[in-house]
Every structure is written in C-alpha cells, then in structure tokens.
Write a protein that binds this ligand. Structure first.
Ligand SMILES: Nc1ccn([C@@H]2O[C@H](COP(=O)(O)O)[C@@H](O)[C@H]2O)c(=O)n1
Ligand SMILES: C[C@@]1(CO)OP(=O)(O)OP(=O)(O)OC[C@H]1O
Length: 161
C-alpha cells in the first residue's frame, strides 16, 4: 500500500529575519517572514506528508494563532508529523521537492538540506530525498525577490510486518 501527498508553501522575504530553508540557515540579506521560523521547504514537505495520510495541513496541526508556535523550529514540527506517520505504520518511500527562488543560490546548501530532511523522515538512504531549486527567470513575486515558494511530493509506503 502506498500513499502520495503534495505540498506547496510561500513565505515573504523581508529584512531582519534569518533565511532558514530545509533546516539550513542560508547567509542572505533577507529572510522569510512567518509565525514560525517560516521554513518554506519544510512546510511544503510537512503538508505533503500530512496530505498523503489524509491528515489535513500544517495550519490545522500548528495554528498560526497559537503563541506556542511563535518562532517555532519547523524541523521540530516535521518531526512531530513524522511520529503520526509511524503511528499509522508507514515509512518513507521517497520525496521530491523544489524551491522556487530567484535568490539566494540554493545549490551549495542542498546536500545539507537533504541530510536534515532524510534524518527527520528516517530515510534508509539519502537518495530517497531529492531537493531541487529553480528561479522563475525574474518573473512574478519570486522573480522580483518578494518571496520564496516551495513544493513537494511524497510517497509513503506501508510497513509490512
Ligand atoms: N535559487 C536558486 C535557483 C536555481 N538554482 C540552481 O540553478 C539552476 C538553474 O536555475 P534556472 O531557474 O535558471 O533553471 C537550477 O537547476 C538550480 O540548480 C539554485 O541553486 N538556486
Ligand atoms: C507553521 C505555522 C505555525 O507557526 O506558521 P507560519 O510560519 O506562518 O507558516 P504557514 O506556512 O503560513 O502555516 C502554518 C502555520 O500554522
């Protein structure tokens, strides 16, 4: 039995915030705005995982009106979601994700993001986690550097005992 989910998220780029993407703090003049640490990639992955199991979305589990999640570490939120996956008897098949950003350059940071995500989702091998980046060729809100988007697809596999 396999289950598939997809996730999409956007956060605004502003001055005075850290730029945390995929659990990695990327040196950049701006950072992502949100109630949590605004890790747009981990949010897209969280939504994909929740979607695969029919468990709603990240806002349902961690409301942005709840002070408990102010400046929350999105890796911790993903780890909590992963417990729900394991409780239901699933493990990671594979995950594919795309960061949509004109700047900063993601490529040097992607191997570190993959390691972090693979750790949180208890991947058996790093090839189960793929992270990509693309610009939008200066077009739209991402192209103008107003924000960063991310999307993800995840496949979960039922553990056979
Ligand atoms: N923020 C980004 C965007 C892109 N990359 C890498 O550059 C390649 C070319 O991007 P295009 O949008 O021109 O297709 C892309 O395949 C990524 O490897 C990046 O590192 N950071
Ligand atoms: C993560 C949460 C909760 O702190 O806040 P944000 O950082 O605003 O992120 P978003 O992707 O808008 O939705 C989920 C929120 O409930």
């Amino acid at each position: 039995m396999i289950r598939v989910g997809q996730g999409f998220d956007v956060h605004q780029l502003v001055e005075g915030r850290p730029c945390i993407i995929g659990g990695v703090t990327i040196p950049y003049e701006k950072g992502l705005l949100g109630h949590s640490d605004a890790d747009v990639l981990l949010h897209a992955i969280s939504d994909a995982v929740l979607g695969a199991l029919g468990l709603g979305d990240i806002g349902k589990h961690f409301p942005d009106t709840d002070p408990a999640f102010k400046d929350a570490d999105s890796l911790k939120l993903l780890e909590h979601i992963w417990k729900l996956v394991k409780e239901r008897g699933y493990k990671l098949g594979n995950i594919d994700a795309t960061i949509i950003a004109q700047k900063p350059k993601m490529a040097p940071h992607i191997p570190h993001m993959v390691e972090i995500i693979a750790g949180a989702l208890e991947a058996e091998e790093l090839s189960q986690v793929n992270v990509k980046a693309t610009t939008t060729e200066w077009l739209g809100f991402t192209g103008r550097g107003e924000g960063i988007a991310a999307q993800s697809v995840v496949c979960l596999v039922k553990v056979v005992l």
